[in-house]
Design a protein around this ligand. Structure first.
Ligand SMILES: NC(=O)c1ccc[n+]([C@@H]2O[C@H](COP(=O)([O-])OP(=O)(O)OC[C@H]3O[C@@H](n4cnc5c(N)ncnc54)[C@H](O)[C@@H]3O)[C@@H](O)[C@H]2O)c1
Length: 320
């Protein structure tokens, strides 16, 4: 298989690239290196079955030859991270909507399958957990830029489904829940690498809000396995799938686990949302996926738990 991974120099994309090359596939990565890093692909550099192209997914001319020579596009390029989303809503909308539209347009022209990385953010702040793929969504007002990311990903899904319905494009949509592991950076507000980094440096662990908001963290290795299974399953075409862990943990408890596993004596301090993200920030209290659809379709469930994740992130951040 010849695979194009947009955003392949990023956190999830680089793990996917390694897994695909490891399984004997030929991989090209297109990435503008805005949040991704060339170092993430260091193990693949110089191989004949791997090519890196620096470029932007909104440029059809750059995409055209890469898509035309691929059997599948894993579309992961996006503006990601709560802090980035709050500060640069324009970039989020441009990258996530125009970029995805360009990828789908070019792929449809060449009849190339697309696996689209969407997000659990599309469920918004709905409190009906666990979230099922066909549940109603509840988003905040347009005056809160934080919701631009959720809205952009939802529009991506509409676009992919419309291209599937009207142009026969083979498209698979994967709604990723919180994904964690080595190479994720804390720079854009990702909570696990940020707290592990603080613990390892002996700094206070900063928990935003009251810490009672909960999330389910899934190891990137499990997520890559799900993406690959769904990409190969004919039954997944034209469908939306939740992919995530069911192990729910509050952020306060997460900070405690990180403190215990790193052996840190850092105190845990609570930072009001306003201070962390600016005035009017709205959070989702609980975010838990119903993963029965992906399990029934391709037999996937996560193999690694929260402690495995914390240990792997710690190992990747510890000085050699
Ligand atoms: N990490 C998570 O928990 C999570 C959860 C839900 C969904 N997702 C989705 O998974 C995908 C990958 O996310 P990630 O966590 O690896 O983030 P990441 O920031 O590490 O990866 C995104 C990559 O896209 C690249 N990129 C951004 N804009 C681009 C553009 N215009 N042209 C080309 N490349 C561009 C970045 O340089 C980066 O390498 C994204 O679509 C994201 O929305 C991630």
């Amino acid at each position: 298989m010849r695979a194009l991974i947009t955003g392949g120099a990023g956190f999830i994309g680089s793990h996917l690239a390694e897994a695909l090359v490891g399984a004997g596939h030929v991989v090209t990565v297109l990435d503008d290196l805005s949040t991704g890093r060339a170092e993430n692909l260091a193990t693949l550099a110089g191989r004949e079955d791997f090519t890196f192209v620096q470029g932007n997914v909104t440029h059809a001319a750059a995409l055209e030859p890469l898509v035309a020579s691929s059997d599948i596009v894993f579309h992961l390029a996006a503006a990601v991270g709560v802090q980035l989303v709050v500060r640069s809503p324009l970039r989020v909308i441009e990258t996530n909507v125009m970029g995805t539209h360009t990828v789908l347009q070019v792929a449809a022209r060449h009849g190339v399958k697309v696996l689209l990385a969407s997000s659990s953010e599309v469920y918004g702040k709905s409190d009906r957990v666990p979230y099922r793929e066909d549940d109603d969504r509840l988003l905040g007002p347009t005056t809160r830029s934080r919701w631009a990311y959720a809205e952009s990903k939802a529009l991506d899904e509409f676009l992919a489904l419309a291209y599937h319905q009207e142009m026969g494009l083979p498209a698979v949509i994967v709604r990723l829940f919180n994904t964690v592991g080595p190479r994720q950076t804390g720079r854009y507000g990702m909570v696990v690498p940020r707290l592990v980094g603080q613990a390892l440096r002996g700094e206070p662990l900063t928990v935003y809000g009251d810490g009672q908001q909960s999330r389910c963290f899934c190891h990137v290795r499990d997520v890559v396995r799900a993406i690959r299974l769904l990409a190969e399953a004919p039954a997944a075409i034209g469908q939306v799938f939740n992919v995530g862990s069911r192990e729910e943990v509050t952020i306060a408890a997460l900070a405690g686990r990180i403190r215990a596993l790193t052996g840190s004596r850092s105190e845990i301090v609570y930072v009001p949302y306003d201070q962390a993200y600016g005035p009017g920030y709205e959070d989702t209290r609980r975010r838990v996926p119903d993963t029965s659809k992906v399990q029934a379709t391709v037999g996937w469930q996560p193999a690694l738990g929260l402690d495995d994740i914390i240990r792997d992130v710690m190992a990747s951040m510890s000085p050699m």
